[in-house]
Each structure stands twice: as C-alpha cells, then as structure tokens.
Design a protein around this ligand. Structure first.
Ligand code: AMP
Ligand code: MN
Ligand code: MN
Ligand code: MN
Length: 277
C-alpha cells in the first residue's frame, strides 16, 4: 500500500513523525511520503522511525506556490532535503508564513479574538504557523465546533482570519524540486475551487513548467473525479500519484492509506521517477 501525501507536527499535522510512522506500520503501508507544508524538518525523524521496518519513507514536501493570483500546492517526492536551492526556497516560504501569521493575528484581534497570535504560537510551539494552527486555537476556544466550520467562518478568503501570503511561483516550486532531485506533483487538482476551464489552464501551465505528475487519488476521491484527472494526465502526458493528505486522527476528513485504485493504464510517478527500487 502506498500513500504519498501526509503531514506531521513539522507542519499542520497532529502526529509527530514517529507517531505517523507507527500508524503507517499499523495500517501495513509499504511506502509513505511525508509531505509537510514548506518544510523538510520532519523527514529525518520519520526515516529514523522507519529504519529496519517494512515501511519505506519517501522524502517529500508540499510547497505553497502562486498560480496567477491563487495558491496551489506542489508536492515534491524523492527530494534531497539538504539541497541548497530547496532550503533557500523553504527559508523564504517560512518567512512569508511568519509574516502572514502576525497579520492573521492582527486581523483576528480586530474581530474580537484576544491574544490570537500569542496563544497560537504557544499552542503550536513555533512561529512558523499555518492556517490550521489558528483554526485549532479557535476550535479550542469553542468558537466553532470543528475544523471545517472554523475554516469556513474565519480562515478562507474574505473571512476575518484570511491573509494572502507571498509564495513562490509554480515555476519556481517545480524547478526547485527538480534541482533537489525530486518529482513534482500537482496536489489535489480538483480542490482549488476552480472551474473546469481554469483547471485545464492550471494543468497546462503545470505541464509547461515541466511538472511531472498529477495527484489522481486522494481520500474520498470519486470515480468521476478520478476519470477527470486521468483525462488531464493523458492529455498533458503527466504521470499519476496518490496520497491521502492525512493530517491526524483528529482530522477525520482524510484517512491514512485508504485510497481508491488507480486506473490500470496509468503511468505512476513512482515508476517514472524510480522513487524506490
Ligand atoms: P496554509 O498552507 O497555512 O494556508 O493552510 C492550508 C491548510 O489548511 C491545508 O493544507 C489544510 O490542512 C487546511 N485547510 C484548508 N482549507 C480547509 C478546510 N476547508 N477545512 C479544513 N482544513 C482546511
Ligand atoms: Mn495542511
Ligand atoms: Mn494541499
Ligand atoms: Mn497536504
């Protein structure tokens, strides 16, 4: 079993890398990609925890990038975490995150949520924050019942806790992943709230930038969605990847390793890029 899109406490997941590996072993996963947002900080711990087990950890990352005025997510798989170009891009992204977090805190304060920034930093134990950390703080204060609701009410475009961030371009994300020896996969192409026409433009631009694959299957992907992404992959000669986007047992919209089957005639990103032997 293969799952190439997961998160740990190195970004906005709720399991430490070690706990994530334990869970992956419980589920009999064979290959696990750890793809934290804009960081490789969890990879060494994950590799150590999987040492001498049946599980192979694929070094990964989920980079935030801009396509036109929107944020998209580019997954790097099989990257060298030490690569200097990658580490520079990560440093820039983390600076953008830190600045955005201060601004999010300010905006939440303005809408009556006291101590928003300091409380979230304290809860998270870091100032490299994602929207998920603010969402957790708001849920903990009882301001919404769950993550979905809190995002809708506070953390999406047009709401009090939304601030746009200064991400790299899609082109930069893909070329940096390549410099670090990895394959670049467009994460969850149908989850950006785009029209069919806009999705087509996004995938065409991704292919133009030498992107390698599309995430064809994530948690709860319907057959209709799979065939939609399959058509896009065939048209632009992109390979296929699969990943749950697991963030932790307390974030139940994505379950680790429980993924639909890929269509039989798919070229997979792991074969095309020799992600494992
Ligand atoms: P960020 O990269 O900090 O802007 O945060 C993006 C992350 O927020 C995603 O990876 C998800 O973990 C989370 N997220 C975004 N939208 C939602 C939503 N509607 N419900 C729950 N989590 C969400
Ligand atoms: Mn996330
Ligand atoms: Mn994502
Ligand atoms: Mn993700």
């Amino acid at each position: 079993m293969i799952d190439l899109h997961t998160h740990s406490t190195a970004s906005d997941g709720s399991l430490t890398p070690t706990q994530l590996i334990a869970k992956a072993l419980e589920q009999n996963l064979r290959y696990l990609g750890l793809t934290d947002h804009d960081t490789t900080a969890g990879l060494a711990e994950a590799q150590l925890a999987a040492k001498n087990t049946e599980l192979e950890v694929v070094n990964g990352i989920e980079l935030s990038a801009k396509f036109e005025s929107r944020t998209v997510h580019i997954i790097g798989l099989g990257i060298d975490p030490e690569n200097l170009a990658l580490q520079q891009l990560i440093a820039d992204a983390q600076q953008s995150r830190a600045q955005r977090a201060i601004e999010i805190g300010r905006k939440l304060e303005q809408s009556g949520i006291t101590d928003a920034y300091a409380a979230t930093v304290e809860m998270a134990g870091t100032d490299i924050l994602g929207r998920g950390h603010f969402a957790q703080m708001l849920v903990n204060r009882g301001l919404a019942k769950n993550f979905k609701k809190v995002f809708k009410r506070y953390m999406v475009r047009g709401k009090p806790g939304y601030v746009s961030a200064n991400w790299c371009t899609m082109d930069q994300a893909i070329s940096t992943i390549h410099q670090a020896g990895g394959a670049a996969v467009l994460a969850h192409p149908l989850r950006y709230g785009l029209s069919n026409r806009q999705i087509e433009l996004l995938v065409a631009a991704f292919a133009d930038c030498a992107g390698d694959g599309l995430e064809m299957i994530s948690g709860n992907t319907s057959q209709k969605e799979i065939s939609c992404v399959k058509k896009l992959a065939d048209k632009h000669q992109l390979s296929a990847s699969i990943g749950s986007d697991f963030h932790g047992p307390d974030k139940p919209w994505a379950t680790l390793g429980q993924l639909a089957e890929l269509p039989e005639d798919c070229k997979t990103v792991w074969h095309q890029h020799h992600l494992w032997s």
